[in-house]
Design a protein around this ligand. Sequence first.
Ligand SMILES: [Zn+2]
Length: 434
Amino acid sequence: MPDFDLIIRSGYDIAIGDGKFAAVGENLRGSAREEIDATQLLVFPGVIDSHVHFNEPGRTEWEGFETGSRACAAGGTTTVFEMPLNAHPPTIDATNFDAKRTAAEANSLVDFGLWGGLVPGNLGELEGLRNRGVVGLKAFMCNSGIEDFPSVDLATLREGMRIAADLDLLVAAHAESQEITASLTTRYRTAGGTEISDYLASRPIEAELEAIQQAVDCAVETGCRLHIVHVSCGRGVELVSAARKNGVDVTCETCPHYLILTAADMERIGPLAKCAPPLRDADEQDELRDCISKVDTIGSDHSPSPPEMKRRENFFDVWGGISGCQHLLPLLLDASLPNNDIARLTSENVASRFRITVKGGILEGKDADLSIVSPETEETITAHSLHYRHQQSPYVGRTLRNRVIRTILRGQTIYQDGKLGARRTGRLVRPTRQ
Ligand SMILES: [Zn+2]
């Protein structure tokens, strides 16, 4: 009988047994059913992508757990947190949570946590969502683009955060000011604006900063744990960081596209690069990169749509969302973020902020989730290589320098050398309550 199921050897060895990390240390003794020589490879804790939109149930023609989770597995992601708005019905009460959980268990190759929604009218449902095990509540401070997931006014956000604080739930905010973005959108549209430049001008950094400040103020008033998702600029990160220094329990996320693509790329690539907040100028991107040490998590914000929703005459009418979950890890490696930062931003910090204690690092007793990368192995992204339901992404044509060669979820290989696992191995993850 071998001692372990798998040992990954690189001098600092990792042994796996019964789906958990069984031992970690220098030159481990013992035998295993399989050994991997990782001396020439990079080994990361399984990526936890805390921000994906898989749109199931109800909108699987946009994506769905099956295709979305396969794309994740192919890119080294072992757990996703799925956003509440694009499913139909949206995840705003316990019944809808159950419907999504059932769909995910039937179709997901990777583990999943589920976000609940905070919308006007569902404050009475938040406790039910907490009891089901949502990873947090997501609120939009501006139009979400989805009719049955309305944005919160400040009074609703404040009251929702008060309840969330009592329930010990984290609230995540899409922070762009409705007042500023709606007024500028109306101004540019009535003036006949239809171009990418008009869209960019309608969502300035000031709209983001204003909303971040408002959300932080609500966190101060209510004591609620706050997470600002997809911060696009350094000033936004600094605002969050300054609040945290003042004792506010607030963290922030950014996304690969804000680190890799710029407003000029949006102009060049067009609809596939449309997102909100929008891509920023190169100077702003430099500022964001300079303060990456103050960023807490990185998520892909994979937000797909059917191709026809990307084909509109008027750029304002194009679906805003970037398909990118398949390349989260390789993109960050290409962006030259240090490996330790990548592990922290995509796994350790995510697990600790969301209290997923079974995951988040290569440590004895935790789930044996790993992403194994072959460095300096070039791969050009083609539409054909995408596992998404719709084979579109602003990254098609880009050559990546690092390739994920194997993804391990709870000790099981779910992706290896281009081949995906066939079984739906994904399980629900829930925060540990304190
Ligand atoms: Zn999103």
